[in-house]
Ligand binder design. Structure first.
Ligand SMILES: [Mg+2]
Length: 200
């Protein structure tokens, strides 16, 4: 058991594969029950972070149906936030595409991808807020925001007024673990949290 009974703690959650089925909005088993308990705790601040580069790929690969548009992704995120009952916690979304091979390309191409990340961030934010105007939503195309970088965790800590050592991050991928540990937060595996093996 990780003791979070003193001071103010922040617990961040990855979205896909942690709170909901990947690329869907259905909460995973036991998630709603565990969240209900955490929401009762007055010294806890919850938040959600998510890498979502799909619309950038959609834009760069000329509308490939493999990847969601901003509108489709906004619909899914708004639906997930509603089903999870996480409408009153901050959300952080990174749209950077995270393809490091891009840096081997001519600078015009690197620039086009960077521009798309920024434009998608603005558009995605607009589309989500159109559906959920009161959601505390933060979207950025910055490379530093995309996990395994820890920009979203740092931004959450600043916003919530906690330090890295008072933060727990729950995720399902190596990139989640890397972001948490590099930032100095405690990492918890989503499967262990959902199964009750690790109690927060
Ligand atoms: Mg995930």
């Amino acid at each position: 058991m990780i003791t979070t009974s003193h001071n103010t703690w922040a617990i961040g959650f990855d979205l896909d594969g942690t709170l909901v089925e990947s690329f869907q909005s259905e909460p995973l088993p036991a998630v709603l029950e565990h969240l209900a308990v955490l929401k009762q705790r007055s010294n806890l601040r919850l938040f959600v972070v998510s890498n979502q580069a799909g619309p950038v790929y959609h834009a760069m690969f000329a509308g490939s149906a493999k990847f969601p548009t901003c509108d489709q992704l906004a619909e899914r995120i708004a639906d997930a936030a509603t089903r999870l009952g996480l409408l009153d916690v901050p959300w952080f979304v990174a749209t950077w595409h995270g393809n490091s091979r891009i840096y081997d390309q001519p600078h015009e191409i690197v620039g086009a991808w960077a521009k798309a990340s920024g434009e998608v961030a603005d558009q995605l934010k607009f589309e989500i807020q159109r559906r959920l105007p009161d959601l505390a939503l933060h979207v950025s195309g910055s490379p530093h925001w995309r996990k395994p970088e820890w920009g979203m965790l740092e931004q959450a800590a600043w916003l919530l007024g906690v330090s890295a050592v008072s933060m727990i991050f729950v995720g399902d991928m190596e990139t989640d673990k890397e972001a948490a540990i590099e930032y100095g937060a405690v990492y918890v595996d989503a499967e262990q949290w959902r199964s009750g093996e690790v109690v927060l």
